[in-house]
Design a protein around this ligand. Structure first.
Ligand code: ATP
Ligand code: MG
Length: 552
């Protein structure tokens, strides 16, 4: 993988820190809040943090930034660990939790109180807003700002003991109400919240804010480079202020980079949760979701996601990456790694009128890579071909089966259409053809070669399968810019085909195994629903990018 590493400002910075000796071992962390499933943007953060630790022989922690108990849950904690591992990374040591440092944060809050750098404030949320000022006007000091240290200590202890109701008081840092950086206008350190926490139960009726917790978590863990996204750039002076004013064991450093956004995608956890809660998708791991669990179930290989994250680069300017780039990384990977198989989406009966005996064909599993081996397929006189591959008559453009014309059956004989039967509505329901070769892979002796090759499945041995054809979930390039993103859903994001026919060997497909169904696309055996008796395949991605052609 390292051959493909490009230079970027994070790598350059870390290299410089190692060379100057200011850092000896690189320690990074991936710090999700367990309030949803991870998505493609998190995959970027994971590859950056684990990738840098890897590249520089350092360590990367997985740390749950669990300071908001109401929105968090064990389900999310479990899914996040599973997704990080599936992406191919292993964190250093045990999983870490911000909540296991609550006692230390509390002591550090007392330290700030004792240094007259923090105070308990009784302003209501609304009052605090009006005291805060605006971007153009300075704020005003809270009337509680100059409480004596003892009073602050006493009140903060009472907050911790659960003596006050939610929202009644907060603990704030005493910095500068006139700062041009709003984050320094006496930011909140603790809020009162009588909530049960998934890790600490009912031990704490107060919870630290992100700002007060995050840098201190980094300091406790010895993180050297705390990499986050650009929206935290304005928080960096506050991050540094805490590190400077607290007796922390280590001085981490925050570095920001631009979020990854892909077109046709939303990555707001709140909106993704809405899709799940309103049953617009079947769950966080619905194959149309941009979640890692969704991409996995869709058949996107972890290696392709990692490759994409590396390819898009790491910069300090926000932008949106065309989701076609991700799709193309998936297609390129699967083209090399997916064995081929045959599937007939809309089966049409075909009888070979002059085939006396079944043939056993040896068909390669990959056109370019002999290491994939081959498989045996029995070709009898009763087959299925795709309805789209037959026409009674057609011009030369149509290189499939036509009455009186020739075509090759994949891996097998050349046949010529003879006649067809129709139902009462005039639909062709049965085609009769004769074989014009008797040895697979050869050309007819009369020199009239077939123009094309079509898929087929043995009528006796083939398996009926369910095919879920997935497409992009949103019909517009930037759904997060829509007033109502849910109004921009692609109504055709899922088509279910029952009764497709697949070749018999696919009864052995493992869940999550991806195949190229020739001429159709890449399909994955569904992680949960696929069985040998009732195969279920999800469309991972088509063979070519047809989105712009079909959606104008
Ligand atoms: P929120 O904080 O609103 O719940 P979030 O997407 O920031 O949402 P976190 O769990 O805080 O979720 O994210 C964990 C890490 O992943 C953070 O370091 C965050 O900066 C990073 N991250 C989140 N979204 C992206 C993205 N689109 N691109 C790159 N990194 C991201
Ligand atoms: Mg966040």
């Amino acid at each position: 993988m390292s051959a493909a590493l490009r230079s970027n400002f994070l790598r350059t910075q870390i290299q410089a820190d190692l060379e100057s000796g200011s850092v000896s071992t690189v320690v990074t962390r991936f710090p999700p809040e367990p309030n949803g499933y991870l998505h493609i943007g998190h995959a970027k953060s994971i590859t950056v943090n684990f990738g840098l630790a890897d590249q520089f022989g350092g360590r990367c922690h997985l740390r749950f930034d669990d300071t908001n108990p109401e929105k968090e849950s064990q389900e999310f904690i479990n899914s996040i660990q599973e997704d990080v591992r599936w992406l191919g990374y292993q964190w250093d040591g045990e999983v870490r939790y911000a909540s296991s440092y609550f006692e230390q944060f509390f002591e550090w809050a007392l330290h700030l109180i004792d240094a007259s750098l923090a105070y308990v404030c009784d302003l209501s949320a609304e009052e605090a807003r009006s005291y805060r000022g605006t971007l153009t006007e300075p704020g005003q000091d809270s009337p509680y700002r100059n409480r004596p240290i003892e009073v602050n200590r006493e009140l903060f202890m009472q907050m911790r003991n659960g003596d006050f109701a939610d929202g009644e008081r907060v603990l704030r840092a005493k910095i500068d109400m006139a700062s041009s950086n709003m984050n320094l206008r006496d930011p909140i350190l603790y809020r009162i919240r009588h909530a049960t926490h998934h890790q600490t139960g009912n031990q704490w009726p107060i919870y630290p804010t992100y700002d007060f917790a995050h840098g201190q978590e980094d300091a406790i863990e010895g993180v050297t480079h705390s990499i986050c996204t650009l929206e935290f750039e304005d928080h960096r002076p506050l991050y540094d202020w805490f590190i400077e004013h607290l007796p922390v064991p280590h001085r981490p450093r925050q570095i920001e980079f631009a979020r990854l956004n892909t077109s046709y995608t939303i990555t707001s956890k709140r909106k993704l949760k809405q899709l799940v809660d309103e049953n617009i998708v079947t769950g966080w791991d619905d194959p149309r979701m941009p979640t890692i669990a969704g991409l996995r179930r869709r058949g996107y290989p972890a290696a392709a996601i990692r490759h994409f994250c590396e390819e898009v680069g790491t910069s300090r300017s926000d932008g949106t990456v065309d989701v076609a780039m991700l799709e193309s990384a998936v297609r390129d990977h699967l083209n090399q790694h997916a064995p081929r198989a045959m599937c007939v989406m809309q089966p049409l009966r075909l009888t070979l009128t002059n085939l006396a005996e079944s043939l056993v064909l040896t068909v390669p599993n990959h056109p370019a890579n002999p290491e994939f081996g081959s498989r045996e397929l029995v070709m009898g006189s009763e087959l299925y071909i795709d309805q789209a591959d037959f026409r009674e008559e057609a011009n030369k453009q149509f290189k499939r089966l036509v009455l009186g014309k020739r075509v090759r059956l994949r891996g097998g004989l050349v046949i010529e259409g003879e006649s067809c039967e129709k139902d009462a509505d005039g639909n062709v329901v049965h085609v009769l053809a004769r074989c014009v070769t008797s040895v697979p892979g050869t050309d007819p002796e009369d020199g009239v070669k077939p123009k094309g090759v079509i898929q087929w499945v043995s009528a006796d041995e083939g398996l009926a399968a369910t095919i879920r054809r997935y497409d992009r979930l949103f019909a517009v390039a930037e759904p997060s810019r829509e007033e109502d993103a849910l109004a921009a859903l692609n109504a055709q994001s899922l088509e279910v085909i029952e009764g497709a026919m697949v070749e018999p060997g696919l009864s052995e497909a493992e869940p999550e195994q991806v195949f190229q169904f020739e001429r159709e696309g890449y399909f994955v055996a569904d992680r949960y629903d696929h069985t040998a008796e009732a195969p279920v395949f999800n469309l991972t991605i088509g063979l070519r990018d047809t989105w712009s052609a079909t959606h104008g």
